[in-house]
Design a binder for this molecule. Structure first.
Ligand code: DX5
Ligand code: ZN
Length: 222
């Protein structure tokens, strides 16, 4: 699939989501951060907003659920029109059942890990997943500094994915910018979430191209 850029709408103008999506025509996905003020200390939006955005946006929705009890709530985000649904493994009671349910409803199933959560206990789950999200900040807010301590885990996850075979995407989220994207790509990431880097740029769509070029230059599989 190659390199993909999924700008985080958390850094966009919530009063103009349709126009903000149109401003980033080069984006492969729209990353939408769902926070419940329990799993993370911040509150954003839910399935009704995703449903409204999915109806007007050209790009598919990449829903990142930072919520407790994703087992109960994740299916409603597929029904709202998300093409990819990411749940946090720290919050899921039955991650295998949940991944299967997301896929059965017709979306890509993705599992996220916070910075201190290791990938190794979940290696046998890879066959149930379309994507793994390695958080490169503690989830909850945009604009935080990239955590270099996550790079070895990106490398180990890439190795496990290669060993497993099949096409499983490896997403990074948090502090991804022109200063950090090359490190992530070199470590093996192929889907890049960027919020403040994209929407803080004078020309968000040009920033997407810049980020894509920087990542592509590191991508050994290209
Ligand atoms: C943080 C969210 C991110 C956030 C990234 O918990 O999951 O998607 O919007 O923002 P930046 O790119 O500014 O770090
Ligand atoms: Zn996110």
């Amino acid at each position: 699939m190659g390199i993909q850029i999924s700008p985080s709408m958390l850094s966009s103008d919530f009063a103009n989501l349709e126009a903000e999506a149109a401003r980033i025509a080069g984006a492969d996905w729209l990353h939408v951060d769902v926070m419940d003020n329990h799993f993370v200390p911040n509150l954003t939006l839910g399935a009704p907003v995703i449903e409204a955005l999915a109806k007007v946006a050209k790009q598919p929705i990449d829903a990142h659920l930072m919520i407790e009890n994703p087992d109960q709530w994740a299916p409603s985000f597929v029904e709202a029109g998300a093409g990819s649904v990411t749940f946090h493994v720290e919050a899921a009671a039955a991650p295998v059942r949940l991944a299967r349910e997301i896929r059965a409803l017709g979306a890509r199933a993705s599992m996220a890990l916070k910075p201190a959560t290791p990938i190794e206990p979940y290696r046998d789950m890879l066959g149930e997943l379309d994507m793994v999200l390695i958080m490169t900040v503690e989830p909850g807010f945009g604009g935080q500094s990239f955590l270099d301590l996550c790079l070895p885990k990106i490398e180990r996850t890439r190795t496990l994915i290669e060993r497993h075979g099949g096409e499983i995407w490896l997403q990074v989220d948090g502090g991804v910018s022109v200063d950090t994207i090359e490190r992530c790509a070199a470590a093996g990431a192929d889907v890049f979430v960027a919020g403040s880097a994209v929407f803080g740029a004078d020309d968000p769509d040009a920033m997407i191209s810049t980020l894509r070029d920087l990542a592509s230059a590191q991508d050994v599989d290209e």
